[in-house]
Design a binder for this molecule. Structure first.
Ligand code: GLN
Length: 243
């Protein structure tokens, strides 16, 4: 089995080790005999998103978002086609923000988003920084996800959020929700890297990618005793701090 992921703007949108998400997916695929081809593209590159099984965009400072957003806008039609074809899309923070209507940065620059979602983001001086935990439901299964957030952007008007915050700030530090979830699109503020801290989510992505080719595929679990033990320790600490 061969899978393909397009890692976009890998040289610019890669805050807090978001590249780790690609390493984790590759390793967890290889342990199952699946080859994950990671295609790295950036501003000005020619590429076709519709032949991918997954698209990944990491986080970035306002400066990097300003550099890439016009290039990203030019890819809108391919993004829409990929999303409707159930391509898995993982968007972290800055990447997540740019899928909405706009991102207004701290200097007041209005970065037009792809407008694929109705939400919008406006930056604020009171940055939302720290460990974060959310309760979420994906395809009828409940998960707790943990990570690290660092954003000034407050994202509002999200129709279907990824989860509810039990620790940290989330989309805007006001409504208690975090991220966006639509079909196989996962937008989130969780750095960490996300998939190193939440191996179950990595397997959700792998299973979804394979099912685009073999609809009856059921992923076999790996021995995640250590990873899940470390995760539970963080959840316990976050919950005790947020009683
Ligand atoms: N620059 C954006 C903000 O400050 C995104 C930050 C990030 O990707 N961590 O909200």
């Amino acid at each position: 089995m061969e899978l393909h992921v397009a890692w976009l703007y890998d040289d610019l949108l890669e805050l807090y080790g978001d590249r780790g998400n690609m390493s984790v997916l590759k390793m967890r695929c290889e342990k199952r005999g699946i080859t994950l081809h990671i295609h790295q593209y950036s501003v000005g590159d020619q590429f076709d998103l519709t032949v991918m099984d997954m698209i990944f965009i990491g986080g970035g400072s306002d400066r990097e978002q300003n550099i890439i957003y016009e290039d990203l806008l030019a890819r809108r039609d391919d993004f829409v086609t990929a999303i409707e074809n159930d391509v898995v899309v993982l968007l972290i923070c800055g990447g997540y923000q740019l899928m909405g209507q706009y991102y207004k940065d701290l200097d007041g620059n209005m970065l037009k988003g792809l407008g694929i979602f109705d939400y919008y983001t406006e930056s604020s001086r009171d940055r939302m920084v720290g460990y974060i935990g959310i309760d979420c439901e994906i395809d009828g299964r409940t998960f707790q996800l943990i990570g690290f957030e660092n954003h000034g952007g407050k994202t509002k008007n999200v129709t279907q959020t990824l989860g509810k915050v039990f620790a940290g700030h989330g989309n805007n530090g006001e409504d208690g929700h975090e991220g966006v979830l639509y079909k196989n699109v996962f937008g989130t503020y969780l750095h960490g890297p996300l998939l190193t801290r939440n191996p179950e989510l990595a397997d959700v992505f792998i299973e979804k990618m394979v099912r685009r080719h073999h609809t009856d595929f059921m992923i076999t679990p790996l021995d995640d005793t250590l990873e899940l033990g470390a995760k539970q320790q963080v959840i316990t600490e976050l919950k005790s701090e947020n009683k």
